[in-house]
Design a protein around this ligand. Structure first.
Ligand SMILES: NC(=O)c1ccc[n+]([C@@H]2O[C@H](COP(=O)([O-])OP(=O)(O)OC[C@H]3O[C@@H](n4cnc5c(N)ncnc54)[C@H](O)[C@@H]3O)[C@@H](O)[C@H]2O)c1
Length: 245
């Protein structure tokens, strides 16, 4: 029960890292509101985890985010996992694709944090955890131009919030996963010309010779959400199986 009395909003909670983290938070005693655009998968989750509340929410929709956040009381923690992987170098990324990634990967984090921070400041305690990536300011990865760019921005985003609100009792940290076996990762494998080769390539670039599982990222999230990490703020927490060694 490391998260008893914590009220946590989780975004992108219908699958992958967000889902595993929402479940891990609830298992540690937190009151979890799991949000996502995928209502069907949220309902599935609710059916299997009656201690998790769910809410359909597009984290890029200003009005919806503001309405949702204003309906909440006593939120202590935001775990923000919304993100989209565009495949390609800069010359493969047109203006529309560029804007889409900025919107999904950065603007969503801004909207959620901007709407929840005032509530956290009022309580003199709050905690924002953003899912960034090792593919960011830490590591250049081929064909991840706009993804890497937006995740690098999120690394700056957490440091900016951490420094501006430290005196208000707010902590803000990022988690930087390597490659995690999630439904969207599986989708990227299947989209390759040779999916079996793509799967082998993804795994062979991992120093440990395996991918991470979503629950391994959730373990780090539980630590960052708990009071055990009370002295931790503005940090970029790599969890990449040695990918960046
Ligand atoms: N899987 C990986 O290898 C990996 C590695 C590093 C970082 N990450 C990051 O982790 C996060 C989660 O990735 P994943 O692979 O676990 O999940 P995923 O891509 O499998 O699922 C993403 C979820 O986000 C939801 N979503 C998409 N747009 C949304 C929006 N506008 N509002 C609300 N929900 C929305 C989708 O419905 C889906 O349920 C992302 O930010 C991703 O960039 C993933």
């Amino acid at each position: 029960m490391r998260l008893e009395n914590k009220n946590i909003v989780v975004t992108a909670a219908a699958q992958g890292i967000g889902r595993a983290t929402a479940i891990a938070f609830a298992n540690e005693g937190a009151n979890v509101i799991a949000t996502d655009i995928n209502e069907e998968k949220l309902n599935e989750m609710k059916a299997n985890h009656s201690n998790i509340e769910t809410h359909k929410l597009d984290s890029t929709n200003k009005l919806d985010v503001e309405n949702f956040c204003s309906s909440l009381n006593n939120i202590n923690i935001l775990f923000h996992a919304v993100g989209f992987v565009h495949h390609g170098a800069i010359l493969d990324c047109d203006s529309e694709e560029f804007q889409r990634s900025i919107n999904v990967n950065i603007y969503s984090a801004y909207l959620m944090s901007h709407s929840l921070l005032p509530k956290m400041i009022k309580q003199k305690k709050g905690n924002i955890i953003i899912v960034s990536s090792a593919a960011s300011s830490v590591k250049g990865v081929p064909n991840r131009f706009i993804y890497t760019t937006t995740k690098a921005a999120l690394n700056g985003f957490v440091k900016a919030i951490a420094v501006d609100y430290i005196k208000d009792g707010i902590r803000c940290n990022a988690i930087l996963p390597g490659t995690v076996e999630t439904p969207s990762w599986e989708g990227r494998v299947q989209m390759a010309d040779d999916p079996e080769q793509a799967r082998k390539d993804f795994i062979s670039r991992q120093a440990m010779g395996r991918l991470a599982q979503p629950n391994e990222i959730a373990s780090m999230a539980v630590y960052l959400a708990s009071d055990e990490s009370d002295f931790v703020t503005g940090t970029l927490n790599l969890i990449d199986g040695g990918w960046t060694l």
